[in-house]
Ligand binder design. Structure first.
Ligand code: TYM
Length: 333
């Protein structure tokens, strides 16, 4: 079968992967392997823009790779690659920076948010973050990029950068579409229901949390309908973050039962949470089984990353050869 083109997406190894990463991103990567040529990156250069413990980086890369694979990425179909293993990402990022006007970056909401969150570390890497991301995508001439809703501004900027490059040097890069899940899965809220689930905030259920931890987190910290104080108060599932989670993990029947019994105050929030926990645990069970197998064979995981990185590098080198030609960087050839 001929594939529909190539896609790239990436995950930062800036902490353990959580259910937001799974529902918003990885879950949609899996079927895309069948129809597209796929490159999935562990983008460690991006993760360097936040302060981090150098000794922990390898562990985080392993966590990302294991979760990619445990969630269904097939190394025979997709390239699982490490960004720092393909130097062309940084090289293209520099070239793209030269066609990116400063105000385009200044208005990126994620830059503003990160600068607010880490006021003592507003480094140039943080500023260049969206340009490096554009390089990740364009290096593979990606036609589409599957991501969660929070990445939409980055994708818009990537298209603008592609257009600016093409205008300056001639038509070369395709303008990639974003592929974003419909509904709440594209923006999974954290336990408190106030902020998006995020590795840097830590308001997460991690993909390797055990049943007991999930139970503790959901029952203690999972925020429900704020107006419902007693079990005898009728609740409103429409404004309950835990009910939204039901829509991710529970079947239609369980969702309807929980919603009805919440509305007529037959079910308390703890009853509803007990069903939710069971369904989260059940959903994560097969993923966690594969995680364990992979953690017992880390040599295999490293071989998969090495192989994916090498395959990705070949494509990246071809693109950069062309980029050097069209930008006039051929003097020593
Ligand atoms: P990162 O590492 O924050 O997240 C990885 C993927 O998970 C999605 N995601 C979510 N989806 C739904 N609900 C949530 N709460 C949630 N949190 C995260 C993200 O949208 C993303 O798809 N900048 C990127 C990494 C990156 C990249 C790229 C992505 C670098 N280069 C090129 C695509 C293409 C990031 O920080 O993702």
């Amino acid at each position: 079968m001929t594939k529909k083109g190539r896609i790239f997406s990436g995950i930062q190894p800036s902490g353990r992967l959580h259910i937001g990463n799974y529902l918003g991103a990885i879950k949609q990567f899996v079927p895309l392997q069948e129809t597209y040529e796929t490159v999935f990156g562990i983008v460690d250069l991006h993760a360097m823009t936040q302060s981090y413990d150098t000794g922990e980086m390898s562990e985080r890369i392993i966590n990302a790779a294991v979760n990619y694979l445990a969630s269904g990425l097939d190394p025979d179909k997709a390239m699982l690659m490490l960004q720092s293993g393909v130097a062309e990402h940084s090289e293209l990022a520099w070239i793209l920076a030269t066609v990116t006007p400063l105000p385009w970056i200044q208005r990126v909401p994620t830059f503003k948010e990160k600068a607010r969150n880490q006021p003592d570390n507003v480094n140039m890497g943080l500023f260049n973050y969206p340009v490096l991301m554009a390089a990740d995508i364009l290096l593979y001439k990606s036609v589409a990029v599957p991501v969660g809703e929070d990445q939409r501004p980055h994708l818009e900027l990537t298209r603008e950068i592609a257009r600016a490059f093409n205008q300056r040097f001639g038509e070369f890069f395709p303008e990639p579409e974003e592929i974003i899940m419909k509904g709440n899965q594209s923006r999974v809220m954290g336990l408190d229901g106030k902020k998006r689930m995020s590795k840097s905030i830590g308001n997460c259920i991690y993909l390797d949390d055990d049943a007991e931890t999930i139970y503790e987190k959901v029952t203690r910290h999972g925020v429900t309908d704020p107006a419902r104080v007693r079990k005898s108060d009728p609740g409103n599932p429409d404004i309950c973050n835990m009910f939204t989670w039901h829509t991710f993990f529970s079947d239609k029947k369980a969702q309807e039962e929980c919603a009805d019994q919440c509305r007529n105050a037959e079910f308390g929030c703890m009853d509803c949470k007990a069903v939710l926990v069971r369904n989260i645990v059940e959903t994560l069970e097969p993923i966690q089984e594969r995680q364990k197998e992979l953690m017992d064979d880390l040599d295999k995981v490293r071989d998969i990353i090495r192989d994916g990185t090498e395959r990705a590098r070949k494509i990246a080198q071809e693109t950069m050869k062309e980029v050097r030609e069209i930008t006039g960087l051929t003097y020593l050839d």
